[in-house]
Design a protein around this ligand. Structure first.
Ligand SMILES: *Cc1c(COP(=O)(O)O)cnc(C)c1O
Length: 233
């Protein structure tokens, strides 16, 4: 997929402006919200152009796409946002600045073990929460989050830096609002407690269809693909 230069510049400016306004509505500044440009299916040339236009964070959801892009453009901040198989962990840790998709205990143990093996002191992750409880979705159920965080205390190198969710696909973004509210409230509850290796810094929620509502509800990290790069094949 390619976006022509002018189109890309304009779409980035528009997304930034929409984030700025939504941030304002929630009493915050644009700078408090990290824009992760989701570059899946986007070619390296377009990614480089987006980087020249000031985008510093990029998100990929498949290891086979993440890895070559990371290798070509290692100076950018790469987020891993997709479902992660244990046998691919070694290709992501130490490269992705943040893994948004810790969704099961076995993966946490696996990341910890591989980090040890590779000599990485810490690996930053977000817990993916399936707020809506849709059976088709990955993620921990909200009720499982506290016990999961207790268990993470036993690990040496996994650092939970916040929460992530993917809202249900709906035509009206307003319908996603309760999901964002719920994740925000879980985020605030965890903040009140003390965990050895958990700190609630990032609330990763909001995509092209719903990022303004997500920001209004307290998101400080949005993952936006289509609105920046155009529709994927
Ligand atoms: C693809 C993807 C996005 C971005 O989706 P858009 O609708 O194109 O903005 C965000 N988060 C995850 C986990 C994704 O897989």
């Amino acid at each position: 997929m390619k976006a022509d230069g002018g189109g890309l510049e304009q779409s980035i400016a528009e997304v930034r402006e929409r984030i700025r306004r939504a941030a304002q509505r929630s009493g915050r500044q644009e700078q408090e919200i990290t824009l992760v440009a989701v570059s899946k299916t986007v070619d390296l040339e377009t990614i480089s152009r987006a980087a020249q236009l000031g985008i510093t964070h990029f998100g990929e959801n498949r290891v086979q796409e993440f890895l070559p892009k990371y290798k070509e453009l290692p100076h950018l901040q790469w987020h891993f946002i997709g479902h992660l198989q244990t046998n691919k962990v070694k290709d992501v840790i130490g490269k992705a600045c943040l893994i948004h998709s810790l969704d099961r205990w076995r993966l946490a143990e696996y990341i910890d073990g591989k980090a040890k093996l590779l000599g990485l002191a810490e690996v930053d992750v977000l817990l993916e929460v399936n707020v809506s409880g849709e059976r088709s979705k990955y993620g921990l159920l909200p009720s499982d989050v506290p016990a999961f965080l207790d268990a993470v205390e036993r690990l040496e190198r996994v650092r939970v830096r916040g929460l992530m969710t993917v809202a249900p696909q709906v035509d009206d973004p307003e319908l996603a609002r309760p999901v964002f509210k719920k994740l925000r409230s879980i985020f605030e509850d965890i903040k009140k407690r003390q965990y050895r290796n958990t700190e609630m810094l990032y609330l990763s929620m909001g995509m092209t269809q719903d990022f303004e509502v997500a920001v209004e509800e307290g998101s400080n990290m949005v993952r936006v693909g289509t609105a920046i790069f155009g529709a994927r094949r």
